[in-house]
Design a protein around this ligand. Structure first.
Ligand code: OGA
Ligand code: NI
Length: 369
């Protein structure tokens, strides 16, 4: 190495150390981005500022007004309409990986309750909230900011309450934070049922028996992530959440009226506009794998906003967590013309892999045969 290269390396490592100190200081507050904003800051701390190359790369994508499909489940019990709905789900899952669902059977009061409960959790007394702050992923109920805080190049402007349910309703109600307990219990029960119904429709749309994906345990373990994106003083410098695909089979997402969710479709970032009463559904990585690429797990992100807070709650259906239960492309979907594209894996392996890296690096490629 010549002297200038040595100097540069030294500057870089000093910079990395400073950054690590700042990340630790932020983490140690156990108060998240909300706590930071409450101190009255008007400019972003360095740890949140995206690298220049990312900011520049962003402007190379087009924006487009095409719309994410909206699917109405109200006629699902009627034979003719059932078939039309299955066709719509197939098309949306193959071409978009995303759709908005209306008349899905979850009452508006339950949706509003979940948004409200999430807000109450994040806005409660900071001392009470701190008790839940942890990076220990074995904890069923935990609160943190940025799951990949120590790996990513720039932290995201977002805090999260996570509730992990490994099998059916195995939690004791008092494990849930009191401020949002009844709201979360109602929401969890409706969304779990809706997930099972969606896996039936998604099975049919693949030409499989209605119970196929449920028999594989796709709806078994679920992780609820209840996000709080505080108002951001300099939204153009950071992100609500970086582009990523979801580490699950399927995601059902509830968002409030603020907006900011975008999906990458034909190399354009498309807004997924808030639609009161609707739920956003997206195909996640594991369903792309078991469907042998028939369904697409599509990249998405949330941009930061002057307006806020923005609140959302995502339910990831993560499948059968048994460490001996192997998933791979579904046999009926494999043929000579359409050979298996992925190797077998266990959910545990996949999740371990997910947490080993930053969230913006898709792991699908590693799973290819
Ligand atoms: C996620 C996610 C989007 C949102 O939790 O994986 O993409 O609107 N959330 O919060
Ligand atoms: Ni996501």
């Amino acid at each position: 190495m010549d002297t200038s290269a040595v100097k540069e390396t030294a500057i870089q490592s000093a910079h990395d150390e400073d950054r690590l100190e700042e990340l630790k200081a932020f983490d140690d507050t156990k108060a998240g981005v909300k706590g930071l904003l409450d101190t009255g800051i008007t400019t972003l701390p360095k740890i949140f500022i995206r690298p220049l190359d990312e900011l520049e790369e962003d402007s190379s994508y087009g924006h487009s007004q095409v719309q994410v499909p909206v699917i109405d489940l109200s006629g699902i019990a009627n034979d003719d309409q059932h078939k039309t709905i299955v066709d719509e789900i197939r098309r949306a899952s193959e071409e978009w990986g995303f759709f908005q669902l209306v008349n899905h059977g979850v009452p508006a009061s339950v949706l509003d309750g979940m948004i409200d409960g999430t807000r109450k959790f994040h806005e409660q007394d900071a001392e009470l909230k701190k008790e839940y702050y942890t990076r220990d992923r074995m904890r069923k109920v935990r609160y943190d900011s940025n799951i990949d805080l120590y790996q990513s190049k720039a932290a995201n402007w977002r805090d999260t309450l996570t509730i992990s349910l490994i099998s059916s309703n195995e939690f004791e109600p008092d494990e849930l934070p009191e401020v949002c307990r009844s709201e979360a219990i109602d929401y969890i029960s409706y969304v779990t049922k809706l997930g099972e119904n969606l896996f039936q429709l998604l099975s049919e749309a693949l030409g499989l028996k209605q119970d196929s994906l449920n028999t594989m345990g796709c709806a078994m373990a679920r992780t609820f992530v209840c996000h709080y994106y505080p108002a951001c003083p300099q939204p153009e410098l950071t992100m609500g959440v970086n582009r990523h695909t979801d580490p699950a089979f399927l995601t059902i997402l509830l968002q409030d009226q603020i907006g900011g969710l975008q999906i990458l479709h034909n190399n354009h970032w498309i807004d997924v506009p808030p639609m009161p009463g609707s739920l956003v559904v997206n195909i996640a990585d594991l369903l792309q794998i078991v469907s042998n690429d028939k369904y697409k797990s599509v990249e998405h992100r949330v941009i930061a906003n002057h307006n806020g807070p923005r609140i959302s709650a995502a339910c990831f259906f993560v499948g059968n967590p048994d460490p001996t239960y192997a998933y791979g492309p579904i046999k009926e979907l494999i043929s000579e013309e359409s050979p298996a594209l992925y190797k077998e894996f266990t959910v545990r392996e996949y999740i371990r892999n997910f947490f080993a890296r930053t969230i913006d690096k898709s792991r699908l490629r590693n799973m290819k045969l």
